[in-house]
Design a protein around this ligand. Structure first.
Ligand SMILES: CC(C)(COP(=O)(O)OP(=O)(O)OC[C@H]1O[C@@H](n2cnc3c(N)ncnc32)[C@H](O)[C@@H]1OP(=O)(O)O)[C@@H](O)C(=O)NCCC(=O)NCCS
Length: 169
């Protein structure tokens, strides 16, 4: 499936079944107006969610950061962010609104992040993920990320090891 930019009409055949309808999915850069919906998804998805201020400084002050959102009509369904560090892309977060997960939106976000990374001359991408997060591990492996290392007790609430993954572009 290919995500459309804001001005292109999506074909029905491009949409996942559960999201079918006259409205199109589109991808935009995150702006300050998106932060309330983003933080609501953060709280619903993570035990130590980022604050609105953290997202605000990411999108207004951090020149290394690129944050994208998927929307349908004006509703924000998911977001993802990377930092460009030299020629590496560090995935900072990716999350989809509960109720809209497992419909292909995470794949759309990751596909777009990888494309953005290639366009930004990033040569490899990396991330950390809880070792129990089966959905996320499957998503990353679907796009070719491989398990490179374990970082012991990296997470809190609950304490858990992180799997460090890399993708060579
Ligand atoms: C991880 C997450 C972003 C995936 O987004 P998504 O929109 O559900 O992902 P997709 O629908 O594109 O699915 C991608 C793959 O993930 C796997 N997957 C998704 N949801 C799954 C689930 N509930 N159980 C098992 N596998 C799942 C599938 O292998 C799927 O591949 P397929 O389409 O070939 O079946 C989403 O589950 C989420 O927001 N989780 C909470 C936040 C989070 O954990 N973020 C990652 C932090 S590292």
């Amino acid at each position: 499936m290919t995500i459309k930019n804001h001005h292109e009409a999506a074909k029905d055949s491009d949409k996942p079944d559960h999201l079918e309808g006259p409205e199109e999915l589109y991808m935009v850069k995150m702006t300050e107006g998106d932060i309330p919906e983003v933080t609501a998804i953060e709280k619903a998805c993570f035990s130590t969610p980022w604050s609105g201020d953290s997202f605000k400084s990411e999108i207004t002050e951090n020149e290394k950061a690129i944050y994208l959102c998927v929307k349908k009509k004006e509703k924000l369904l998911g977001y993802a962010g990377i930092w460009k560090v030299a020629d590496e892309g560090h995935i900072m977060n990716i999350a989809v609104l509960p109720g809209f997960q497992h419909m292909g939106i995470g794949s759309l976000l990751l596909e777009n992040m990888i494309r953005t990374a290639v366009d930004s001359e990033i040569k490899s991408m990396t991330l950390e993920v809880r070792e129990s997060n089966v959905a996320a591990l499957k998503l990353y492996e679907k796009f070719g990320f491989y398990r490179a290392a374990i970082r012991k007790k990296y997470y809190e609430h609950p304490v858990e090891d992180a799997v460090i993954m890399w993708l060579d572009l």
